[in-house]
Design a protein around this ligand. Structure first.
Ligand code: SAH
Length: 231
């Protein structure tokens, strides 16, 4: 068991890009956000280790339908997506715990050509935990984690000449406003070769009551998650 762990740990590489200038950028974002009307803070600051843990709890609340809905779609069509794209590398933007990712990695590592998984997330704890879990679970897979900001650090993703699927799930694209979205999608485009593909998961328009229930769960987990941004 121990030797297997150390063998597989050679298949993990984690690059952390959040150190330099992060505090200065945070201060600037807070200054701008709290002077705006309405006041706002960028969602990426929710996700320290505690925030990532609270988000996991949110996904298990009965009112929070998006995770279960997207998971069931991925379970249904994951194998077909992998069959069509034939990815050797899966780059995932904001994977969090990467629980949903199994629906893509299972077929990629089963009949497919998987070599590498590249999670890009601001949450260092999420990247570390999922990387060590996934290399244990998938024998042929190496994990190259990037602890960074997908709005700024996409250029750091190394190209290996492998066919790439980029996944951006969980409706996280909704964290960006129209201008930010356009800038980011352009950068994503720059990471895609002719045969590569982008998979985006996002919600459709919903009844207001259902949405408000999902984002104001009765157990108060989302409220705690929101207050944690101030910590
Ligand atoms: N994809 C998962 C998690 C969604 S929560 C799911 O569908 O359940 C959003 C995730 O994106 C969190 O893990 C958060 O840390 C990460 N994230 C948010 N903004 C980010 C940014 N600007 N750069 C990198 N990761 C970001």
């Amino acid at each position: 068991m121990t030797s297997r762990t150390s063998e597989r740990s050679e298949e993990v590489r984690i690059d952390v890009y959040l150190r330099d200038g992060t505090l200065a950028r945070l201060a600037e974002d807070v200054r701008e956000g709290l002077q705006a009307t309405p006041k706002a803070l960028p969602p990426k600051y929710f996700y320290d280790a505690r925030g990532s843990e609270l988000f996991e709890q949110i996904t298990q609340q009965p009112e929070y339908y998006p995770t279960r809905a997207e998971q069931s779609i991925l379970d249904e069509v994951g194998a077909e997506i992998v069959d069509r794209v034939q990815p050797e590398e899966l780059v995932e933007l904001g994977p969090g715990s990467a629980r949903k990712t199994h629906a893509l990695l299972d077929p990629m590592c089963g009949d497919g050509n998987a070599r590498r998984y590249v999670p890009v997330d601001v949450s260092e704890s999420a990247v570390l935990e999922s990387a060590s879990r996934l290399v244990e679970e998938y024998d042929a897979l190496s994990v190259h984690g990037i602890v960074g900001d997908f709005e700024h650090d996409l250029g750091r993703i190394p190209r290996n000449g492998e066919r790439r699927l980029i996944a951006f799930l969980g409706g996280t694209i909704g964290n960006l406003d129209a201008a930010e979205r356009q800038t980011m999608l352009r950068k994503v485009r720059g990471q895609l070769g002719r045969e590569d593909r982008l998979l985006v998961g996002t919600d459709l328009v919903k009844d207001r009551n259902r949405l408000e229930a999902a984002y104001n769960d009765s157990a108060g987990v989302t409220a705690e998650f929101n207050r944690n941004v101030l910590t």
